[in-house]
Design a protein around this ligand. Sequence first.
Ligand code: NAI
Length: 734
Amino acid sequence: MSLTFEGRVVLVTGAGGGLGREYALAFAERGASVIVNDLGADTKGGGKSSAAADKVVEEIRAKGGKAVANYDSVEDGEKLIQSALDAFGRIDVLVNNAGILRDRSFARTSDLDWDLIHRVHLRGSFLVTRAAWNHMKNQKFGRIIMTTSGAGVYGNFGQANYSAAKLGLLGLANTLAIEGRKYNIYCNTIAPVAGSRLTETVMPPDLVASLKPEFVAPLVLWLCHEQCQENGALFETGAGWIAKLRWERSLGRTVRQKNQPMTPEAVRDQWDQICDFTDATKPTSLQESMMSIVSVLSQVESGGEVSGNPTAAAASSSGINPIEAVGTKLPPSSFSYTHIQCILYALGVGMSTKDPDHLRFLYEGHEDFVCLPSFGVIVAQSVLMEGGLTSVPGLNIDFTQVLHGEQYLELYKPLPTSGTLTSETTIADVLDKGSGAVILMDVKTFCGEELICFNQFSVFVVGAGGFGGKRSSDKAIAPLPPPQRAPDAVVIDSTSTDQAALYRLSGDWNPLHIDPSFAAMGGFQAPILHGLCSFGFAARHVLKQFADNDPSRFKAIKVRFAKPVMPGQSIQTEMWKEGNRIHIQCKVKETDAVVLTGAYVDLHGAAEASPEDPPQAGGLHSELVFAEIGRRIKDTGSELVKKVNAVFGWEITKDGKIAAQWTIDLKNGSGSLQKGPHSGKADVTITVSDEDFLEVVQGKLNPQKAFFSGKLKVRGNIMLSQKLEVILKDHAKL
Ligand code: NAI
């Protein structure tokens, strides 16, 4: 579907030439009503003329587009927006583009050079945007572009005034992106490169001619379209190339020690580590940035100073001794529950009576009342919630710094809807990640003697790394990236404002999820949703989408917690089916932030081999092979249909007589296997004895040889038998 701007009103400032003109033409061509603003000044901001804007308006109208001119300076922001309202009644999109240059080496920069540049670029963009803001807010739609420059991002000789104003625009955009988000006002920044009158003095003429403004406009149009959910981002673009920029931060170094003055010498001595980008992080919000700084306070307080010999000092401060800790078994814990906890949990992870399919998880009187499989983390977590880790020798850590990093859950049977389960927890491994320590805890949960489920909790202890331990472990169950293709299914589900308040009743009492002042101490604007609550959302999305809400098909789930969700935001679960493994990724729909990564759910295959027709003792060997082929078609049928595109009939003989007939239809729908002859006509029919069929499948008998020796007969399109390999491969293991 092509992107249109029908019904949208777009204001482009400085649209009388260069990039702005190109934007105006492109928006108008796609149906927008455009206000072409241009003061008609010279490149230094002198003079004034209506000709520039008029010419572009004429061009648009000549092509049948809708446009009006505005000749005010961006310093009269209100007037620009007023002309949009007068002409078209609204304002949807604002491209802050107007600009001038007054290049001077820094020492020669006059007050006027500084002020004029700031007035047009930074103050002008501020004034026009402020005038548009409430209109966009009231209509709950707005798209704003700020135009920065490589000179601002990287600096450029002779452009101190311009660099400062241009990077000011990025700061402005970053905050507008935050303030506007909930009103569907998105603000992004571009650093373009294009040939124009501004660049013709600094670029060779052929470059000016080839770096066309039309290679920049499509990015601006996409960012301003209602479909685009990008917000608060920065892009470099030119010549048809577009790239996104972000901040990177070195792991850094704490150079202060408890009860000791901080000195410039300590800074000097650790300079290399401070500036070392190995294991750099990429903070995306002030909260994230603040969190690491606030965590240093308690790290230093607890004696976690880092001195000239980082490894030795950190080891003593964090007090982690893997040799002592690994293998420790925590005292067994028991968890008793009734249907009430199962239902409370289901509500906590967003189930609702609005969906009739959810009733079996919410109503104990339902004929199929069951417990959600992801409740398996609740039955196992009690030992950790009760502070079990504090008793582990060799784990002398600051418990306020513990974050939940990853979770794995595997079920061996569906969870009972009530009972008393006991859990045994072992410290499986402790890893040194530099910036922190990872503790892997394996929890086995039993009902009586019977093992019901296995959990691996992976927690990250901020600031507890550097004790000289290993970085990875063969005990860790690793997250897996999703396939590169677009997801096979996407489910969007809203959380309620009280989601965390409800979820915590299942036993995670951390005040971070309910107490605003506690959350603020952790650097969050408000209490955050439990990671395991999003985990529950994702698990049930897969259960519904791919397992018909049948808990007995749920085998295992793995997730990595990347970012928090705020109660009230929507969780978007993207799913990729690869056989019985469903890869998942969860995002916050409103911000596009990825919150669960490397995640997957493993399902048990549906019972394809029809239960009323099990392979009987003394029956045909080929039954088993066809059952497996049936499973494969269920999993990858659509791919096989594409590859094979034919209907195969099979006649399996025993003692010279046809004992069974099968049809493998890899032509219609997403493929199917059916016992019996094809209702229409198979493209090719293969007759083979049960024993020979097994030999072929096991690779012991070459199909061609079997054909030439008469053991395997083919009727119909003989060429198609070459595609048998696609169907039969991988069955040798049977
Ligand atoms: P341009 O000079 O062709 O276009 C700028 C337009 O803004 C002119 O038509 C001018 O009359 C108008 N203008 C100036 N002061 C104004 C005011 N007070 N009110 C209303 N209109 C005013 O330049 P170009 O290259 O198209 O630049 C567009 C934007 O892109 C500018 O903000 C510039 O700083 C930025 N930029 C351009 C780069 C390039 O390679 N062309 C590189 C980096 C940034």
